[in-house]
Design a protein around this ligand. Structure first.
Ligand SMILES: CC(C)(COP(=O)(O)OP(=O)(O)OC[C@H]1O[C@@H](n2cnc3c(N)ncnc32)[C@H](O)[C@@H]1OP(=O)(O)O)[C@@H](O)C(=O)NCCC(=O)NCCS
Length: 144
């Protein structure tokens, strides 16, 4: 099995959406996952989309970014046919490597509801759940 992780560009947009869709992640096609918004986000130097390829097929994706204070891992997803092989762990390690350039950074992630595989995955990578914190947003529009 030939495995490679590389930083993605906007040319990978359709494949990114395909991997998120088969992985069961909701896609905000009129909001943050629209072509325009992804084109802007993926071009920022402090924000990286990483794709994991097995035999040249994209089977995993994640986004990582430094917000000036913390590091974030968002939208980590692995194609169901390739789960349980440590690929999410590989992507998270790549995110750590990317965030290292910004100095001592605390990597964080938001995990919805009771997403056990995701929680287990982050736990395995050394993350601890801060249960006293709730997630607050102020949305300019509901589908953003
Ligand atoms: C969460 C997800 C990315 C994990 O991908 P993966 O490639 O299967 O994960 P890995 O093989 O790297 O697993 C790493 C560790 O996570 C834990 N883990 C992963 N899936 C698990 C599961 N279904 N049940 C229990 N533990 C699990 C294990 O500890 C595993 O290490 P181990 O196999 O050595 O025990 C994948 O299940 C997925 O794409 N889910 C849908 C999308 C999603 O919810 N993303 C999270 C958004 S925050």
């Amino acid at each position: 099995m030939e495995k490679e992780i590389r930083r993605l560009t906007f040319d990978d947009y359709d494949e990114i959406m395909r991997v998120w869709a088969v992985s069961g992640l909701p896609i905000k096609s009129n909001g943050r996952d629209s072509r325009d918004m992804v084109a802007a986000e993926i071009a920022r130097e402090w924000c990286a989309y990483f794709g994991l390829f097995v035999n040249d097929k994209m089977v995993g994706v994640t986004i990582t970014q430094f917000d000036g204070r913390r590091g974030w891992i968002n939208r980590l997803a692995v194609d169901p046919d390739y789960r349980g092989m440590g690929l999410a762990g590989d992507l998270m390690a790549k995110c750590d490597e990317f965030l290292d350039q910004f100095g001592e950074v605390v990597p964080c992630a938001l995990i919805e509801g009771e997403n056990m595989p995701s929680m287990a995955c982050f736990e395995k990578a050394g993350y601890v759940c801060e249960r006293s914190i709730s997630y607050w947003t102020k949305r300019p529009r509901p589908d953003l």
